[in-house]
Design a protein. Sequence first.
Length: 271
Amino acid sequence: ESATAFGCLMSDMWLGEFDYVSPEAFHSIFEKRYPAFSRRTQQDAQEFLICVLDDLHEAFKEVRAQLGQERQSPAAGPSTRSGTSIITELFEGQLSYAIRCLTCRALSDRPESFTVLSLPIPSTRVCSLQDCLECFFQPDVLTRNNQIHCYWCGGNRDATVKASITKAPEIIIFHLKRFAWQDKHRRKLSTTVCYPFSDLDLSPYISTSCCNNTEYSLCAVVNHAGDLDYGHYTAFCKHSVTKHWYSFDDAQVTQIPDSAVQADTAYLLFY
């Protein structure tokens, strides 16, 4: 039901018959399935995005499985459900965490799928997206309460862990972690994060086993203005045909110059 409503929303947007399109019907259906995203409460765009992608993935996965069963001949036996969908094909990437025991030096890998990479923001007034990526992918030491249980040593041991991308998604989404804990209080980081419009090169963070293209161009930004208790979301999106940028602010949809896309309020980046 929610996938059908989302399809109708996409059709209405691309038909171009209206100055703006309200996602009211899609949200009403989605709200019934996920009451936490009621319009009466403040919500987090990243959490909502992940929930929408998961919901659409489940719907499209079911349809793909049904189509596969219908097309399969009886002699071929039961079909296997791959668990893939257009969502996983576009947005799903793979990380690998290389974990090395500091006692016996044994190395193990832990794979993990992702649709959104949540990047820490360095505690400075201005930084770059590359700085955020460096923070995320820098090696870390697991000690004390974070020790690993080493299969080879047979005990809890200190270890190092380093992440790398083993499968780069076609569309990669970065979540800038603007809401952070400091002295037992949660606050919003107002750091200006400078992000490139094109030629974002992820090769320093890509595993040698990955053969995907590692250069990306910006296609959309979700902005958050306000604080923890009250906020307002807007979006900048690049038209895939005309290559013009547009600002989406409730019922106000306007074309904007490229220079306006670099904003201090960036919260989610789509490449």
